[in-house]
Write a protein that binds this ligand. Structure first.
Ligand SMILES: [Zn+2]
Ligand SMILES: [Zn+2]
Length: 291
């Protein structure tokens, strides 16, 4: 099999996946807002039900805005590549030859990428789809047609979180109509278009919420131990992971220290400046904080 063709194929698949996400969003919007809860808000004489409809519609739009914002940010943010000047900063790199790995003080262990013919900062890995080394590479994500690395991991996690919450909301608020669907289908009292969009939206959202749940749990566990998806295979089971600084510090290494920015795909200037792991070249280890 031609690996290059396979990798290019993954890129094309990515564009299809983005279209699929937008199609699911459009169908869900039609089923949840246009078809179900907006009519209730306008027509219902029950004040409690109208208030509930208002709450659901507001929450739906809030999550949708956050989802799209995180999506665009993670798609268009460079995960981080090895800077041109990196070799010089290390002092000429005389001792760095192919296949060697050496310790360079603050930068930790430096590797070498035979494909890029360049040094690799710690936690950096070569992506065969992007054809380059990516800083603190987590994985290449076909859903966003981009690598997930040091500079966009937070945005990826927020995209995951908001998509999970939005699809979960869709499933919960469509459930009563979905149950009603079976009785109405027998009586033929609802239009076929409405029913088709309801069933499609419910089934798609349910499938998404179940598969996303696995990813959410997996990435929460990775986040709490400051591990990337690539590093899971590098860890030695018995020894505590060297980048594991404790849950709170691990979280701050990805989300920053400014609480006001945690839920948004943004960083404060202070955090970008003071947290070196966000630039993807230097990472504090356990021995730095607890010698
Ligand atoms: Zn490389
Ligand atoms: Zn990649």
């Amino acid at each position: 099999m031609n690996l290059f063709r396979f990798c290019s194929g993954l890129k094309v698949l990515g564009y299809f996946m983005i279209l699929l996400v937008f199609a699911v969003v459009a169908v869900s919007y039609y089923a949840v807002v246009v078809n179900t809860w907006w009519p209730i808000l306008i027509e219902s004489s029950n004040r409690g039900l109208s208030a509930l409809a208002c709450l659901i519609i507001s929450l739906f739009h809030f999550l949708l805005v956050m989802l799209l914002w995180s999506c665009f940010t993670v798609v268009f943010t460079d995960p981080g590549s090895v800077p041109e000047h990196f070799r010089r900063e290390l002092g000429g790199g005389e001792s760095l030859e192919a296949g060697t790995s050496t310790d360079q003080g603050a930068f930790g262990s430096i590797g070498y990428c035979p494909k890029c013919r360049n040094v690799k900062p710690p936690r950096c890995h070569h992506c065969s789809v992007c054809q380059r080394c990516v800083l603190k590479m987590d994985h290449h994500c076909v859903w966003i047609v981009n690598c997930v690395g040091a500079r966009n991991y937070k945005f990826f996690l927020l995209f995951l979180l908001y998509t999970f919450l939005e699809t979960m909301l869709d499933v919960v608020v469509l459930l009563p109509s979905f149950i009603k669907f079976f009785s109405e289908a027998i009586k033929h009292s609802s239009s076929p278009g409405k029913l088709a969009s309801l069933v499609l939206a419910f089934v798609l959202n349910l499938a998404f919420v179940l598969s996303l749940l696995c990813f959410v749990v997996m990435h929460l566990s990775l986040l709490s131990t400051n591990t990337t998806s690539v590093e899971v295979h590098e860890k030695n089971g018995d020894v505590r992971w060297k980048y594991d600084l404790g849950k709170k510090k691990n979280f701050e290494q990805v989300f920053g220290k400014k609480k006001a920015f945690w839920l948004f795909p943004l960083y404060s200037k202070d955090d970008l400046h003071s947290i070196t792991s966000l630039q993807g070249l230097e990472f504090p280890t356990r021995s730095d904080i607890d010698p």
